[in-house]
Design a protein around this ligand. Structure first.
Ligand code: CP
Ligand code: NVA
Length: 347
């Protein structure tokens, strides 16, 4: 039965829900959030107010560092009329002096919604179970669902629809981005190639979730270590860092992933016409030696660029900064839909 809110209005399908992983939503629901993000982007550009969360308090809980996710949640909350509060790793007792469950109960009694970025997926699950308010996953070791909303907004902006597209993810095929892209492409009917060395192929669990969705959407899935097969026909070439937050195995990853760098030769292998091909990266990226990390890598391993060359990063194919901006619009859509008591007729 449809739930009715305090004003006698039928509750929409998103109200009160947490966003922990893409697979917890139907493809239609996920696409609704993508489209709602595009709508809110248009409102923002036209300076049309959208204070759907007036008077709400939002906790931003970060175990790992962040530029885009933190900035996006902060500005999105403010644009929606809510108050965001950043609670960093060393600011609260969380995880050191207090259990996740106790923290969840306390935060849930004061905040109307909680964002969490950190290591374990089980942490975000406990927060959602015990806080009693919507919890949004701002990245764990397993999934990065808010990144997917922004990325598929970007894909829609570039191609108009998802129909017939092929996305190739090159790099660490077991990380949060590879997992999320594999499952989300399968949900949306986008053909997906995970192009990685065999040692870094996605887990069988993630592959089987993706296969389940692909059976219904018609998406073609290929997991391969063969550059020619993995890149052929791609419209979107996507990559991510070779060593994710919480890892430190640079030597092993560089050895394994060097052949899987996104460079101009890799883009050429797609055989896709220029106007049908884009490059994407969730960022941050190692595309030169202008960072502290970049310099250390150059000194130790003699590499000036890692997962993507500077040439590709600065090329006409690159869309990474559009994705970054879309983090804000899409996170706004997700928070408004799950917390804003909005009238959403049918999804
Ligand atoms: N893409 C992304 O999540 O960026 P941050 O780590 O800067 O939040
Ligand atoms: N795989 C990366 C994604 C950063 C947005 C990490 O977890 O560090």
């Amino acid at each position: 039965m449809t739930k009715v809110n305090a004003n006698g209005i039928k509750q929409n399908v998103f109200q009160g829900r947490s966003v922990l992983a893409e697979k917890d939503f139907t493809p239609a629901e996920l696409e609704y959030l993508v489209n709602f993000g595009l709508h809110l982007k248009a409102l923002k550009k036209e300076n049309i107010p959208h204070h759907y969360l007036e008077g709400k308090n939002i906790a931003l809980l970060f175990e790992k560092s962040s530029t885009r996710t933190r900035s996006a949640f902060t500005t999105a909350a403010i644009d929606l009329g809510a108050h965001p509060e950043y609670l960093g790793q060393n600011d609260i007792q969380f995880g050191r002096k207090e259990t996740t469950s106790d923290t969840a109960k306390v935060l849930g009694s004061m905040f109307d919604g909680i964002e969490f970025r950190g290591f374990k997926q089980s942490t975000v699950e406990i927060l959602a179970k015990d806080s009693g308010v919507p919890v949004w996953n701002g990245l764990t070791d397993e999934w990065h669902p808010t990144q997917m909303l922004a990325d598929f907004m970007t894909i829609k902006e570039n191609f108009g629809s998802f129909k017939g597209l092929t996305l190739t993810f090159m790099g660490d095929g077991r990380n949060n981005m590879a997992n999320s892209l594999l499952v989300t492409c399968a949900m949306f009917g986008v053909n997906i190639r995970i192009l990685a060395p065999k040692d870094l192929f996605p887990s069988s669990e993630v592959q089987s979730i993706a296969k389940g969705f692909a059976q219904k959407s018609g998406a073609d899935i290929l997991i391969t270590d063969d550059l020619d097969k993995g890149l052929k026909g791609a419209n979107i070439v996507y990559t991510d860092v070779w060593v994710s937050m919480g890892e430190n195995n640079w030597a092993q990853r560089i050895k394994l992933l060097k052949p899987y760098q996104v460079n101009m030769a890799a883009l050429k292998k797609t055989g896709t016409p220029d106007d049908q091909l884009i490059f994407m990266h969730c960022l941050p990226a190692f595309h030169n030696d202008q960072t502290e990390y970049g310099q250390k890598i150059e000194e130790k391993y003699g590499l000036k660029e890692m997962e993507v060359t500077d040439e590709v990063f600065a090329s006409k194919y690159a869309r990474q900064f559009e994705e970054a901006e879309n983090r804000m619009h899409s996170i706004k859509a997700m928070m408004a839909a799950t917390l804003g008591n909005l009238f959403i007729p049918k999804v």
